[in-house]
Design a protein. Structure first.
Lengths: 664, 510
């Protein structure tokens, strides 16, 4: 087994890549069935191998693998390699990524079956799977950045998949650029790592943190900052882009312009969690900087709460789920800030299942509604589409943290861990998270009731054609609903209280908030929930949603008019889009125009270049008789002039030139 | 045996070949002219691969040296002196590769004076390879200036409406720069009694003289690169040049200026380079940021790519001149080699990417006869294969990892962080600006619904176009995924260069 492991890791990434290349380059000749067969086969192989890897490392407890595949380049003795680090953290990510990806591949057969870009779509999602796997399996920062940008590329291609829609190609450009703002910080962070560690290899860097931990850097003169803090915050700026944390969150809701399967795969389950994964991977660095941890925690808390609020006023079913994703990513980020990396990754895993489920469920609804996404046109769908209804209910219950559902365990672990954190901001953040629990339940069940219960508000034509989606759609829903319920039962104890991640995650003893928690098994934990605040807050949210959207719909209307300022700021998403549009997009263009028209055209060309040409012109009008108009005459005159200058100014040259002239 | 005249073959075969192509006569024999030009350019490409194959890694010595007396200028002996090292080899190969591409790209497009067109590019190829091989300053200067003539003719004959303005601006700008270089070279030659560039490297020179020489070189090379603020000839030249002219201009001619810094400025005047490095870094960073913003608002695709080139070349000059800031910041020179190597990788990569971008514009121009962004929109609907290439090259231009565009920028950012946080900060803005101007253009040109009837009538790329774009795509991806061979070639030479440059060559007490 051991000898074959490196091959196995290699095939995990190669299988989806081959699928993507075949479907992408030969899509026309292999046809639709050929394209989905080859890509699904590739991802299925990756998924099976990932399960074997999970079994090998996590269940059988074999040591982590760290090895190189090839040397990308060597410069000044610094080796940049492509290689794999496979430990328990990676193994878990592999399973999550390949499993959700496989489900999404299957689902796509149903969702995209009428789309002319069928093969292209399969090629993209397999390429995405490859990129994401390269990211989570990286054993160095260079490859991490490769995967990081590659998933960004595929996200760009997929958000703009329907490229004739102006909104889609606006959204994908926006997503790419906002992510690039994050990557800007990220690449500086990587550069800082190379400066202080002279290596980009994880093992080398993490092995030498002690040598750097007391070093300082002056970015503004007179201010000495800890190198580790600077590195961590720069890297985290990357995570803020990719994981859509405030204030770089603006691209994620717009990314819903892409087809729903990729909203599930990329913009909920996997790519957007790359930032969370990265920070957990970098725990040996982040642990050494409480400033950075605090920064992470505060950004996470702002995202968790304030993005949740925005979910309350959306009418588009996918946008509700999108804001929910933002908010949940905020929870994960808070966990990282509280040094509860394991809880953050745990929530990443459970969230991947139930959020992919919710998105695919929303997609199933959208198919049934003939691509109508406005919830005001829905209602009462549960009797038309029972499987979609039940699985969506399961997803919603998991999301709001209902005891026994997977989301309950992971979210509760985060909230409790923050309660134990000693960081200065922790108590405020704790309250924000608790409010967030209520909000989560409220927007989730607002959506649930508006879609599946109440009056059937769609037009007659749509109603007549309502039916459950085909099996390729419902099968992934069921397959995702199962882990959404039960996955935590098996891993909760080990991940939260045990040593599931081993050496992959490093926590300082005085940061070990998860170690401070009272240990429960999964049944006791669920039973114990009834005496805890989050449980009742979630119940409160569900009841409020039920009252406001089923029993008495006048309440939200009254709220909208009574608190119009608050309502407006939510509808306008706190005006971030307008602000960025004005400052960065319009501002950048204005600056560009200024530099171009004034700098290049007027000053450089106008005054210097053509100005001197004009003065030459004036002079030549005076000495008209030698103006021939032939360029080589001017050039010759320039050479003569320069030789004259040379003779005058370079000492000793005149003599040499004279002798030279004599010879010739 | 072949080793003794391989470089001469690389230089003179295209020139003799160009004459043969001319000899095919008028436009009635244009198909013979094309085939002949293609064969010659392919032979040169094969010879350049052979050069790589025979090249010895791990040494900074000049290889394939040819050394013959040429002419006497007073007491000064000029030599026909050629040789390559790890810095010039990649650029020679790039030249040979790009020329093949240009010949194929001009195949059906150029119907007017085909033989002359093909010959001009073959002449240029030989002369540019000559510049990269010359180890004698007189020889270098001859190649350097001679190279302008075919380019001047290409723009002047096959160019656009304002080609006269563009050619004169191009010629005067570059000529203005190079006469100062001539003065400096003559001064140096008389000063040390030889035109031998390697002897110029070794010569001790006083500080005042170094400063003057550096500035004279700077005027020549900065115009060629081009660096801000002597860059305004480039957008005009590109806009008016035919596609092939733009490709050679962007892919190779700009590199000659950068090569000049490596072969002349840094090793001949290291102390002046040290003194003026701050200025060079400043100009480089202005190029990256200022020009990045200017590129954002261009309405003409060729101008946009031209500005993008200037911005990308800012990385090259930044990588060259951060040596001393690195030492000042961290107390040793670790990172200096990476900076220069990154810059050279950027030069090679930019050759592929900018060439590809100009060819993409050319492909569209041939069909629509417009370079203006506003005339396009939704090209993907009618030209899906073309759109795939265009998006790939755009991503490479935006420095996406996995493409060659990433490697050089990454290395330069990494090493400039060692010099100063703010250098890296400003350089890294290209991640945002580069993506901004490139992808915004892609959005407006490639994506979207079909914008007008002309776009609706577009036909996708034919096999010939697919072939040359595909070749470039392979190069862009190959060097992005596996740049190690390129680094291995240049490593010894660059290390040697840095080792040379960090030692003062001031005359003791002088």
């Amino acid at each position: 087994m051991t000898a074959t492991m490196p091959n196995m890791y290699l095939w995990i990434v190669l299988a989806p890549l081959i699928g993507a290349i075949v479907a992408g380059l030969f899509g026309k000749s292999i046809g639709r069935a050929g394209a989905h067969t080859v890509t699904i086969l590739g991802v299925a192989i990756a998924c099976v191998l990932s399960l074997l890897v999970f079994n090998y490392h996590v269940l059988e407890g074999h040591a982590a693998y760290n090895g190189s595949v090839y040397t990308w380049l060597v410069s000044e003795g610094v080796k940049f390699e492509v290689g794999f680090l496979v430990d328990n953290l990676t193994a878990m990510m592999l399973v999550v990524v390949t499993f959700v990806s496989l489900m999404v591949h299957v689902y796509t057969i149903g969702y995209m079956h009428e789309d002319p870009g069928y093969q292209r779509f399969f090629s993209y999602i397999s390429l995405f799977t490859f990129s994401m796997l390269m990211l989570v399996m990286a054993n160095n920062f260079m490859q991490l950045f490769f995967g990081w940008e590659a998933v960004g590329l595929v996200s760009y291609l997929l958000i703009g998949f329907w490229y004739t829609r102006e909104s889609a190609i606006f959204a994908n450009l926006k997503a790419f650029l906002v992510n690039r703002v994050g990557d800007f910080g990220f690449i500086l962070g990587i550069a800082a790592v190379l400066l202080y560690f002279n290596s980009l290899d994880y093992a080398t860097v993490f092995g030498h943190v002690d040598m750097v931990s007391d070093k300082t850097i002056q970015i503004f003169s007179g201010h000495n900052w800890s190198v580790i803090t600077v590195i961590c915050i720069l890297l985290f700026i990357g995570a803020m882009g990719k994981s859509a944390q405030f204030p770089l969150h603006v691209w994620l809701p717009d990314s819903m312009e892409g087809p729903t399967p990729i909203s599930a795969l990329i913009h909920a389950a996997t790519m957007v969690t790359a930032g969370i994964f990265m920070v957990a991977r970098m725990s040996p660095l982040f642990e050494l900087s409480e400033t950075a941890l605090m920064f992470v925690m505060i950004i996470g808390a702002i995202t968790a709460l304030f993005m949740g609020f925005l979910g309350l006023v959306q009418h588009d079913i996918k946008r509700v789920v999108a804001y929910s994703t933002l908010s949940q990513l905020g929870y994960m980020t808070v966990a990282l800030g509280a040094s509860a990396y394991a809880a953050g990754i745990f929530h990443l895993m459970t969230h991947a299942f139930f959020k992919a489920l919710l998105f695919l469920g929303a997609g199933s609804v959208i198919i049934a509604m003939h691509h109508q996404q406005d919830m005001r046109q829905m209602g009462g769908l549960r009797k038309y589409m029972p499987i979609t209804w039940l699985t969506s209910l399961i997803g919603s219950l998991a999301l709001i943290g209902t005891p026994f559902f997977s989301g309950f365990y992971s979210k509760d672990a985060i909230i409790e861990a923050v309660g134990e954190s000693h960081l200065a901001a922790a108590s405020t953040v704790h309250i924000m998270l608790l409010v967030g629990v209520f909000i989560t339940a409220l927007y989730s069940f607002r959506m649930y009731f508006l879609v599946f219960h109440g009056k059937e508000r769609m037009d007659d034509h749509t109603r007549e054609h309502l039916h459950e989606s085909p099996w390729v759609v419902t099968l992934p829903l069921i397959a995702l609903a199962i882990p959404s319920v039960i996955i935590a039962w098996f891993f909760f104890g080990d991940i939260v209280f045990g040593d599931f991640f081993g050496d992959a995650i490093f926590v300082l003893p005085n940061h070990d908030v998860l170690g401070d928690l009272h240990e429960h098994n999964w049944v006791d934990m669920a039973l114990h929930a009834v005496v805890t605040l989050p449980f009742w807050l979630a119940i409160g949210g569900v009841v409020t949603a039920w009252y406001c959207y089923l029993v008495n719909p006048r309440v939200p209307v009254w709220f909208e008019t009574r608190f119009s300022l608050i309502y407006n700021s939510l509808v306008q998403k706190y005006w971030f889009d307008q602000l960025y549009q004005f400052v960065f997009a319009a501002g950048g263009r204005a600056l560009g125009k200024l530099l171009w028209q004034v700098g290049d055209v007027q000053l450089i060309d106008g005054a210097m270049v053509n100005g001197s040409a004009q003065s030459v012109g004036v002079m030549s009008r005076v000495i008209r008789h030698i103006q021939t108009g032939y360029l080589y005459h001017y050039a010759f005159a320039m050479i003569l002039g320069l030789i004259a200058l040379l003779v005058i100014f370079v000492p000793g040259l005149s003599g040499k030139m004279m002798s030279l002239l004599r010879f010739s | 045996m072949l080793d003794n005249y391989l470089l001469s073959l690389l230089i003179w075969l295209p020139i003799v070949g160009g004459m043969l192509v001319l000899a095919t006569g008028g436009d009635k024999n244009s198909s013979e002219a094309r085939v002949l030009a293609l064969v010659i350019s392919l032979v040169i490409l094969i010879l350049s691969v052979l050069l790589y194959h025979k090249f010895t890694l791990g040494t900074a010595q000049m290889q394939f040296v040819e050394h013959h007396a040429w002419f006497k200028l007073g007491s000064l002996q000029a030599f026909y002196y050629l040789g390559v090292d790890g810095i010039s080899l990649p650029l020679i190969m790039l030249t040979a590769f790009i020329t093949v591409i240009v010949v194929i790209a001009g195949w059906e497009v150029i119907q007017y004076k085909t033989a002359q067109y093909m010959a001009a590019f073959l002449f240029m190829e030989g002369l540019m390879i000559g510049v990269f091989c010359a180890l004698d300053a007189a020889l270098f200067y001859v190649f350097w200036e001679a190279m302008l003539i075919p380019m001047f003719i290409v723009i002047g004959m096959w160019g656009g409406a304002r080609r006269v303005y563009a050619t004169i601006k191009f010629f005067l700008y570059t000529f203005f720069g190079s006469v100062f270089m001539l003065v400096a070279l003559l001064y140096l030659a008389f000063h040390i009694g030889s035109f031998d560039i390697l002897q110029m490297h070794a010569a001790k020179i006083g500080m005042t003289a170094q400063l003057w020489i550096f500035i004279a070189f700077l005027l020549a090379f900065a115009v060629k690169v081009p660096m801000w603020p002597v860059h305004t000839w480039l957008p005009d030249a590109h806009v008016e040049a035919p596609t092939g002219g733009s490709v050679v201009l962007a892919a190779i001619m700009l590199k000659l200026g950068a090569y000049g810094f490596l072969r002349f400025s840094l090793p001949i005047t290291p102390d002046a380079s040290h003194t003026l490095a701050g200025l060079m870094i400043l100009l480089s960073l202005i190029a990256v940021v200022y020009i990045g913003f200017v590129a954002l608002v261009q309405q003409d695709m060729k101008k946009l790519i031209a500005y993008s080139s200037i911005s990308h070349m800012g990385f090259v000059t930044l990588g060259f001149f951060i040596i001393w800031s690195i030492a000042a910041n961290q107390g040793n020179y670790t990172g200096a080699v990476m900076g220069i190597e990154g810059a050279i990788v950027q030069m090679v990569s930019h050759g592929f990417i900018s060439g590809a971008m100009f060819l993409c514009v050319g492909v569209m121009y041939d069909r629509m006869h417009s370079r203006m962004i506003k005339d396009y929109g939704g090209v993907v609907n009618t030209m899906p294969s073309f759109a795939a290439f265009a998006v790939l090259f755009a991503m490479a231009n935006a420095g996406l990892p996995g493409t060659s565009g990433f490697v050089g920028e990454f290395m330069v950012i990494l090493s400039s962080f060692k010099a100063n946080f703010w250098f890296a900060f400003l350089a890294a803005t290209t991640l945002i600006l580069g993506a901004g101007y490139t992808l915004w253009m892609v959005k407006r040109v490639i994506f979207g619904a079909v914008a007008n009837d002309n776009v609706a009538k577009l036909t996708d790329i034919n096999r010939r176009e697919f072939f040359f774009l595909g070749l470039l795509a392979i190069m862009v991806l190959a060097f992005g995924l596996y740049p190690a061979p390129l680094l291995n070639v240049m490593d010894a030479s660059v290390s040697n260069l840095v080792e040379h440059v960090i030692h003062s060559k001031l005359i003791p007490g002088g």
